[in-house]
Design a protein. Sequence first.
Length: 268
Amino acid sequence: MIKAENSAAAIARLARELRFRLEVNRLFGWQVPLRGIRLAAAASRPAAPAGKRIARRPAPAPPPPALPAPLPEGERARRLALLAALDREVRACRSCPLCQGRTQTVFGAGDPCARLMFIGEGPGFDEDRLGEPFVGKAGQLLDRMIQAMGLSRREVYIANVVKCRPPDNRVPFPVEMIACMPYLRRQIEIIRPLVLCALGSTAAKALLQTTESISRLRGRFFDYQGIPLLPTFHPSYLLRNEPDKRLAWEDLQKLMRLLGLPLAPGRR
Ligand code: SF4
């Protein structure tokens, strides 16, 4: 009898896991394997030469924070006002040559009291046109990644290292990033999220002041002025490198654990 109950519970758990994985596949657009089953694409990828294999020694994840204290009355309005004032400064900024090619600045968007803040590289063609971060194809993938975590775009904050579009979507030059970083630092100070997620190499290197590659940085927690920071792949990279969505999903799950978000279905 006990055995029958155990197998019924195991089947129910498996069904829940399968439903959850199908939902993640739908949102995130890749094949999440069931435990013990490897992706064909990942399995067929050639192994890195022995001398170049990346040591997998991620830093231990910070413990989940205690439940956030309720915000004092007026705090949301205070942060919105501070962000609006900073946005006005950014709109008037001509501190680096990127101002010459912009249609408009792209400040950032989302919840001023967000617990999770994503940071990308800079505006592209669509963002420059619309004044919103991450609105092109990469933005649609980021939306699905956020949804797969059980959140919505309105519940997080999204910003970039530089606020003006680099010509031809090139990587911003160091001098441009140095000129623009004070704005991002102030955005982070105002929002004070529980955790930061750097999307891609440029954001990770700018925030961590390192030259290490994103392949080495991703999936590990670092400290950014007292805030845990986890780098992962940029959605644009993931659009071109489908098999690495598996690694990005592992990174997002680390963020979910830190934020206390359930990893199973039926969560919201
Ligand atoms: S990229 Fe940043 S520093 Fe350069 S002009 Fe735009 S807002 Fe100013």
